[in-house]
Design a protein around this ligand. Structure first.
Ligand SMILES: Cc1cc2nc3c(=O)[nH]c(=O)nc-3n(C[C@H](O)[C@H](O)[C@H](O)COP(=O)(O)OP(=O)(O)OC[C@H]3O[C@@H](n4cnc5c(N)ncnc54)[C@H](O)[C@@H]3O)c2cc1C
Length: 288
């Protein structure tokens, strides 16, 4: 398939991209192109103008402050995977980025494009939910932060408004007694998540769980937090038994996707299995 005809232009700054978006009704940003171009070829997305932001180098930076890791929206999956900052301060994010797609996808696809696209099977959504990230957005009325738990609204639908651009994703630094892990049951061809679960836990000096967050992707129309699991673990020692009890029946098959990759019942089962693996590893890291 070939896309409908469209115009193409490049933006060299965020302000220029915002002005171009403002001036065109049916324009779309182009970052790595690894979701948008296939959708255009299938004529599922038909923008009349592409605004190529891939050359805005300030959006590709990865930096750290005392309290957070700041990943620019244009950081490619490969840049996230290989960043020494991410590896040192948020290792689970680097691990997850290394498991996305194939080398071509990782070298072109970006974290901002992935979050904006909100594919229900994408990996980063589970991570931003578990790690309590904030998505920084620039728009016609200035910049603002969208907490990850308010970002994913439905299938391919986010809280981004028309004319807005993701500029960076802010991951809070992991505290000394916290740990995080990601477990994915992937489609063997694309590596998209049939179900992927990211877990973050924090323990006190006695190994008691003082906080937990579980982000699930691939399972439903959009990524979500399994708050029931986090609630069940709170105040308990993180053992094989407490984790198994917390994840048992965590997902309702009626709310799961049902497609060629997996039935809704199988996806509900996978949620528990992947959550158990991610929580077990996260707990080991927190107590490690
Ligand atoms: C074969 C294949 C396998 C894949 N496997 C996986 C996988 O295992 N896991 C996974 O998570 N993903 C996978 N992907 C998707 C890949 O990660 C994409 O790169 C990603 O989803 C989109 O990022 P992009 O930079 O390519 O965005 P683009 O395709 O350029 O854009 C996607 C959408 O986001 C918008 N957009 C882009 N940047 C911004 C921004 N800064 N602010 C606001 N809107 C923006 C665009 O307008 C468009 O609507 C796969 C893709 C392919 C083709």
């Amino acid at each position: 398939m070939t896309p409908y005809a469209f115009e193409y232009t490049r933006a060299s700054s965020v302000d220029e991209a915002l002005a171009l978006l403002d001036g065109h009704d049916n324009a779309k940003l182009l970052a790595g192109g690894h979701s948008l171009i296939p959708a255009m070829k299938l004529r599922l997305s038909n923008p009349s103008m592409l605004i190529d932001v891939s050359g805005i180098s300030e959006l590709a930076q990865i930096t750290a402050s005392e309290t957070a890791v700041h990943v620019g929206a244009l950081a490619t999956h490969r840049a996230v995977e290989t960043s020494e900052i991410v590896q040192a301060k948020c290792g689970v994010l680097a691990e997850a980025a290394g498991g996305i797609g194939d080398p071509q996808v990782r070298n072109k696809g970006t974290i901002g494009g992935s979050l904006a696209h909100a594919d229900p099977a994408a990996d980063y959504p589970a991570l931003v939910l578990a790690l309590n990230a904030a998505i920084k957005v620039a728009g016609p009325s200035g910049t603002h932060l969208i907490p990850a738990h308010d970002f994913f609204l439905n299938l391919f639908k986010t809280a981004l408004q028309d004319g807005e651009i993701i500029t960076e994703v802010i991951f809070p630094a992991l505290s000394a007694r916290s740990g995080a892990a990601y477990a994915k049951f992937s489609n063997p061809a694309s590596k998209y998540a049939v179900v992927g679960v990211a877990a973050w836990v924090e323990v006190d000096e006695h190994g008691m769980c003082t906080g937990a967050r579980v982000g699930v992707t691939g399972a439903a129309s959009h990524a979500f937090r399994a708050s029931n699991v986090a609630f069940d673990l709170s105040g308990k020692h993180l053992t094989a038994e407490t984790i198994a009890a917390a994840v048992a029946g965590m997902a309702d098959a009626h709310e799961m996707l049902n497609d060629l990759s997996a039935s809704s019942e199988y996806r509900a089962h996978l949620c528990s299995v992947m959550a158990q693996r991610a929580l077990t590893e996260a707990a080991a890291r927190a107590m490690g």
